[in-house]
Structures are given as structure tokens and as C-alpha cells.
Ligand binder design. Structure first.
Ligand code: NAD
Ligand code: TYD
Length: 357
């Protein structure tokens, strides 16, 4: 195993979102004594209810703010003697990027540039003995695959949606800070995640929540697009593994080796929920509605994660069978969370904890 970097004080951006909050739960429990500062502006996707249970932890601090606010970022890096930035904050939904791309460029490209620049100043000031900047990115930067083949770290970037183009732009800036300034950056590119705290605009949580409410299940196009699904807890550990052991300047692909056609996943979720909700076999599938395809809809994503296994000894621990059943059970047990995020009611929780927005 490569030499391990041992962070003492980590700035997590976007830690109130789906993957960021799962990462904080996982990282705090695995790294007692390491400070975690969560910088999140709380867009529609940021929900502090995701962090119940860590808020009282003395290692944890929440700061509401924008990654694009250079003064704030600079202050946090200095005040907390940050030695690692784990950068999740982003606009993350492809459909929203089609109807409103501007915020994607502002947050994902310009926001990342501000974080990089302030990190560079902080790192070059030498107040911490070692420093890492980890950019959390997506396999979508590689574009779309045909029926065969996998994305490797050498696959050229060929982003197709405004979302993936903005993530590719950010990834290239991260590369530039390594190549130009020698800043110790790392770049992970992961396949589709699933698990708890997933906002129900994305495929799996949307289907679960619509099935429970007996609403239509919109399947785009012919439903034969393929995604490679990874449990968010496996992703969280993969990111920690790269942060501690990854060689600066490098890219690491993270995936579950778990390809599914959309329609097969929707059918599976329908059938599992028939059982769990005591409905007739086949009842939920009747809710499936094929709708107009997403423009520029990438056909297939599939990750070759062999570098993660070979160089860092990481591999997923969840089988999909276990992960999807647990995820469905989580949504069934957390109906109030779903109700709050769909109604916007989770904002009241913020106001109670932190005052008026
Ligand atoms: P999410 O939309 O659930 O969460 C994003 C978080 O970022 C929210 O809490 C939001 O409030 C915050 N945020 C947005 N703009 C901000 C700003 N200007 N300043 C501070 N905070 C801001 O997203 P997610 O699904 O958790 O994805 C997290 C990261 O992982 C993203 O960078 C995404 O590109 C990447 N990723 C996601 C997936 C996936 O399947 N969801 C897969 C691979 C990579
Ligand atoms: P999504 O969860 O939005 O993730 P991404 O587009 O980043 O991969 O979508 C996953 C797949 O499911 C994608 O092929 C689009 C499809 N999809 C539907 O068919 N219906 C839906 O309502 C949604 C949200 C997605």
C-alpha cells in the first residue's frame, strides 16, 4: 500500500447533499478526532436533516456559505487549519442542467475555481505540513459507451450534458492546478450512486417514492439505457481511501461493476415493493409510463475500477441485492424525510437549528 496521508482537519463542501452527508457520517465514525467542517449553501438539494446524529459531535462544524465566496473559503481554510478539501458541492441533476445550465457553470466550474485558488494560497502559505484537494467527479465526463467496453482513467473526456460538461471543466481545472502549481490534487470519477438521503428527483428514489404514493413511474425513451450502480457507503469509503492513499495528480475511477438497464431496475423496485407493501404481484409495474426521452440521453455508462483495486485495495462491499433492499427499507422507514424534501418542509429544520435563512 502507498504511504498514507493522515488528515487532521477536513473541509467537506456540499456535505448536506446526498453523497456528502453519507460521506460525513462514514468519515466521522471511522476517523475520531479528525475535524470535519461542512461548507454548504443549502440549495434545494442540501438538507441538514441528513446530518442528524453528527451535529452534536465535537469534531463536526457546519457553515452555511458559498464555495464561490473567496473570502469565506480563505477564512475557513486558515481558521480551521484545513489540511484536506473534499469537494462534493455541485449542481448534480442532468435534467435540471438541460432546462437551466447557467447555475451549473457558476457552481461547478467557477465555484471549483475559487476553491482551488484559495486552496493554492493556503497550501503555499505552508501553515499545514501536508495538504490534499480531492475533487469528487462523475463517470459522465467520459460521455457515452456503446454496448461494450468500459471507461478507464485514460478515456478522453467527451461530456454530453451541461451537467457533465461543467464537471469536466472542473476536472480539467483540478488537473491544471496540479500540472501548473504542483498542488496535491486528486480526482475521483464515480458511477451512479444509490442509498439513503438520495433526493427523489433521481431514478431510484423517485421510483420508490412514486410507487409508495401510487403515482406514475416515468421511464425515459425505451428504458434500455444502462447505468452502473454503486452503494453510496462504498463510494464514501472509496473517497476516503483515495484521500489517504492516492498519488497526487491522479484520477481514480470508482464503480460497482453492476450494470442495469433502467427498465430492469424499475421492474425490480416495483416487484420488491409489491412484497414489502403487501400489494398483488405485478401491481406496481402497472404504474410504469414510458415518456419522451431526455435530450442527449447517454446510452450506457460502465466503469473499469481496476486501478482502485490494484493500487489502493478498494472494492465494493455491498451486493446490489442487499443494497437495494436496504435502500427501499430506508425509504419506507423514513417517509417523513421524503415528505419534507418533496414539500420543502426540511427548511424548517434549518431554521430551528440555525435561525432564519
Ligand atoms: P446533491 O445535489 O445531492 O448535493 C449537492 C450539495 O452541494 C447540496 O447539499 C447543495 O446544497 C450543495 N451546494 C450546491 N451549490 C453550492 C455552493 N455554491 N456552495 C456550497 N454548497 C453548494 O449531489 P450529490 O448527488 O450528493 O453529488 C455530490 C457530488 O458527487 C457532485 O459533485 C456530483 O457531481 C458527484 N457525483 C454524484 C453522483 C451521483 O450518483 N449522485 C455520482 C458521481 C459523482
Ligand atoms: P438519473 O438518476 O437522473 O442519473 P444520471 O442521469 O445522472 O445517470 O437517471 C438515471 C437513469 O434513469 C438515466 O438513464 C435517466 C433515467 N431516468 C428515467 O428513465 N426516468 C426518470 O424519471 C429519471 C429521473 C431518470
Amino acid at each position: 500500500m502507498p504511504e498514507q496521508f493522515a488528515p487532521q482537519s477536513v473541509l467537506v463542501t456540499g456535505g448536506a447533499g446526498f453523497i456528502g452527508s453519507n460521506f460525513i457520517h462514514s468519515f466521522i465514525s471511522r476517523n475520531p478526532g479528525c475535524r470535519v467542517v461542512n461548507l454548504d449553501i443549502l440549495t434545494y438539494a442540501g438538507n441538514l436533516e441528513n446530518l442528524k446524529g453528527v451535529e452534536e459531535n465535537p469534531d463536526y462544524r457546519f457553515v452555511r456559505g458559498d464555495i464561490g465566496d473567496a473570502g469565506l473559503v480563505s477564512r475557513l481554510l486558515a481558521e480551521f487549519r484545513i489540511d484536506a478539501v473534499v469537494h462534493f458541492a455541485a449542481e448534480s441533476h442532468v435534467d435540471r442542467s438541460i432546462t437551466g445550465p447557467e447555475i451549473f457553470v457558476r457552481t461547478n466550474v467557477l465555484g471549483t475555481q475559487v476553491l482551488l485558488e484559495e486552496s493554492r494560497r493556503h497550501w503555499q502559505a505552508g501553515v499545514v505540513p501536508a495538504f490534499r484537494f480531492l475533487q469528487v467527479s462523475t463517470d459522465e465526463v467520459y460521455g457515452s459507451l456503446g454496448d461494450t467496453g468500459f471507461f478507464t482513467e485514460e478515456t478522453p473526456l467527451a461530456a454530453n450534458s451541461p451537467y457533465s460538461a461543467s464537471k469536466a471543466g472542473a476536472d480539467l481545472l483540478v488537473r491544471a492546478y496540479y500540472e501548473t502549481f504542483g498542488m496535491p490534487t486528486l480526482n475521483t470519477r464515480c458511477s451512479n450512486n444509490y442509498g439513503p438521503y438520495h433526493f427523489p428527483e433521481k431514478l431510484i428514489p423517485l421510483m420508490i417514492s412514486n410507487i409508495i404514493g401510487r403515482r406514475p413511474l416515468p421511464v425515459y425513451g425505451d428504458g434500455l439505457n444502462v447505468r452502473d450502480w454503486l452503494h453510496v457507503k462504498d463510494h464514501s469509503i472509496a473517497i476516503e481511501t483515495v484521500l489517504k492513499g492516492g498519488k497526487p495528480g491522479q484520477v481514480f475511477n470508482i464503480g460497482g461493476n453492476n450494470e442495469w438497464k433502467n427498465i430492469d431496475i424499475v421492474n425490480l423496485v416495483c416487484d420488491l415493493l409489491d412484497g414489502k407493501l403487501g400489494r398483488q404481484p405485478g401491481e406496481n409495474r402497472k404504474l410504469i409510463t414510458f415518456v419522451k426521452d431526455r435530450p442527449g440521453h447517454d446510452r450506457r455508462y460502465a466503469i473499469d475500477a481496476s486501478k482502485m483495486r490494484r493500487e489502493l485495495g478498494w472494492e465494493p462491499s455491498y451486493t446490489f441485492e442487499k443494497g437495494i433492499a436496504e435502500t427501499i427499507d430506508w425509504y419506507l422507514a423514513n417517509q417523513e424525510w421524503v415528505e419534507h424534501v418533496t414539500s420543502g418542509g426540511y427548511r424548517e429544520y434549518y431554521e430551528k437549528q440555525y435561525g432564519e435563512r
